[in-house]
Design a protein around this ligand. Structure first.
Ligand SMILES: Cc1cc2nc3c(=O)[nH]c(=O)nc-3n(C[C@H](O)[C@H](O)[C@H](O)COP(=O)(O)OP(=O)(O)OC[C@H]3O[C@@H](n4cnc5c(N)ncnc54)[C@H](O)[C@@H]3O)c2cc1C
Length: 432
């Protein structure tokens, strides 16, 4: 029997899924699959909380498919090899997936598209992860925006009701009827994590504009991992908050801004967006980096954030900005070190946003603050956690002799950062 395949990747839901919708409109039964990509898996710690989150979401999808006489086929290996064996096993009419804009995914998809088309399988790719993709929002001359405000203005001007249309029609009979085994987390090579991914929560969105910078309030949405893995569609979220909550929408537009930056400038993965900062001589002191990771710098706002990250896989955005600035400016440690540490620990880790925000904090990114603006972590604490509520939550020894003394003096570190950045800029030559 001929069938079509939907390949789940960053769209772990059956509802409002553009690719599934389009596949179900086709004539052949739809076999939904997921591939645990060995190339990604082998670099993850065995109790990675993101892996168990993915596993849970797949199980939810599988259970729902079971009620329709179908099931999710979960595979593991190198995606090329997995698709080759699918081609041997099934007569495949068409393959459907939602687009992923990260460089690794684009390369992977391009080689699988080649494999499939060479085997007479039609490949259909949909835009699902974002409202506007690739080059849909550009300057009048067609070039990508590298500054957020005009990008956002155009994004808002272009938004039409059909961009937010949620897919509803679903023919439940069109899923391929079978009973695949659903693998346990252990059989994939992983174990239960020490913490889990919370549900997202939009109940406090009306106070978001006023409270989003207060880490103790803990009132942000926690949407990060859900958007990262597509357990909810971006359209469904925006439908709930637009047009009332513009500040919140603006954050979602930042997400798309960084996705299109990575799409157009994939070289940001391995270097400064603004090459003129290539001459900075980072100190890259290992002991200071360890103190930063452990949350033992003696700066309570920094330490509270780093401990929240280590213990829960989350850190409040305001605090992310403070710890990132502290690492790059106060300690003069290459932002790539901090970026890699966040990538390992964040439940909501997302390459485009992580890279974009790290480069923003380091001053090397597009639309970044000028390098000589150095956050004062103590002033940030006074402003955003005046009652030490957040700090005491994460640093039980705060205020006792056991708490670390500052590893560097603020005024000295600020001056040193400004001089080092300036020297780096002077050192830069355009051919460098
Ligand atoms: C150094 C640094 C690293 C970061 N790394 C990541 C990352 O790996 N993944 C990630 O999703 N966000 C990252 N952010 C952005 C932001 O901190 C998180 O999106 C946010 O804290 C997640 O919490 P929330 O879901 O409760 O966000 P909310 O404040 O409720 O915002 C809702 C959603 O808007 C988007 N958003 C909010 N702020 C930003 C932003 N500055 N840039 C891009 N999108 C944004 C996210 O999708 C977020 O889930 C980083 C920020 C900094 C300063």
């Amino acid at each position: 029997m001929k069938l079509s395949i939907h390949w789940f990747r960053r769209d772990l839901r059956l509802e409002d899924n553009k690719s599934i919708e389009s596949a179900l409109a086709g004539s052949s039964p739809l076999l939904p699959i997921f591939i645990f990509d060995q190339n990604i898996l082998e670099n993850l710690p065995r109790n990675d909380a993101r892996l168990s989150f993915i596993h849970q979401q797949l199980e939810r999808i599988h259970q729902k498919l079971k009620t329709m006489g179908s099931g999710l086929l979960v595979l593991q290996g190198d995606p090329q090899a997995v698709w080759k064996s699918l081609l041997k096993q099934y007569e495949i009419n068409a393959a459907y997936w939602n687009k992923d804009y990260e460089p690794y995914a684009r390369d992977r998809d391009s080689s699988i598209r080649n494999l499939l088309t060479a085997n007479d399988v039609e490949v259909l790719e949909q835009k699902d992860q974002v409202i506007f993709e690739e080059s849909e929002i550009t300057k009048d001359d067609g070039k990508p925006y590298t500054v957020f405000t005009p990008y956002k203005k155009k994004w808002l001007a272009k938004l039409q009701p059909e961009d937010l249309k949620v897919q509803t029609s679903k023919s439940e009979n069109s899923f391929f009827q079978h009973e695949p085994q659903f693998p346990s987390l252990e059989s994939i090579g992983f174990s239960e994590p020490t913490f889990s991914t919370p549900e997202y929560d939009l109940s406090q969105v009306s106070t978001y504009a006023a409270e989003r910078d207060l880490p103790a309030a803990d009132s942000t949405s926690r949407l990060g991992p859900h958007l990262r893995f597509g357990t909810i569609s971006i359209r469904q979220i925006i439908n709930q908050i637009h047009p009332k909550h513009e500040v919140f929408l603006s954050e979602l537009i930042w997400r798309e801004f960084f996705i299109q930056i990575l799409f157009h400038f994939p070289e940001v993965i391995s270097g400064n967006f603004r090459r003129k900062y290539d001459g900075i001589q980072w100190r890259n002191n290992d002991a200071e980096f360890d103190a930063w990771c452990r949350g033992e710098t003696g700066y309570p706002m920094v330490d509270a954030g780093m401990r929240q990250l280590y213990q829960t896989g989350f850190m409040h955005n305001r605090v992310r900005m403070v710890v990132a600035s502290f690492l790059c400016k106060h300690l003069l440690i290459d932002w790539c070190w901090g970026e890699a540490y966040f990538a390992e620990k964040l439940l909501d880790y997302e390459l485009a946003s992580n890279n974009g925000n790290w480069q923003w904090a380091a001053g090397t990114g597009c639309d970044a603050a000028p390098y000589f603006r150095v956050f004062n972590p103590t002033a940030q604490q006074k402003r955003f956690d005046p009652n030490f509520e957040y700090i005491k939550r994460w640093i039980p020894e705060y205020g006792t002799d056991e708490y670390a003394t500052p590893i560097v003096e603020h005024r000295f570190a600020r001056e040193r950062a400004i001089v080092t950045y300036k020297q780096g800029l002077d050192r830069f030559t355009p051919d460098h």
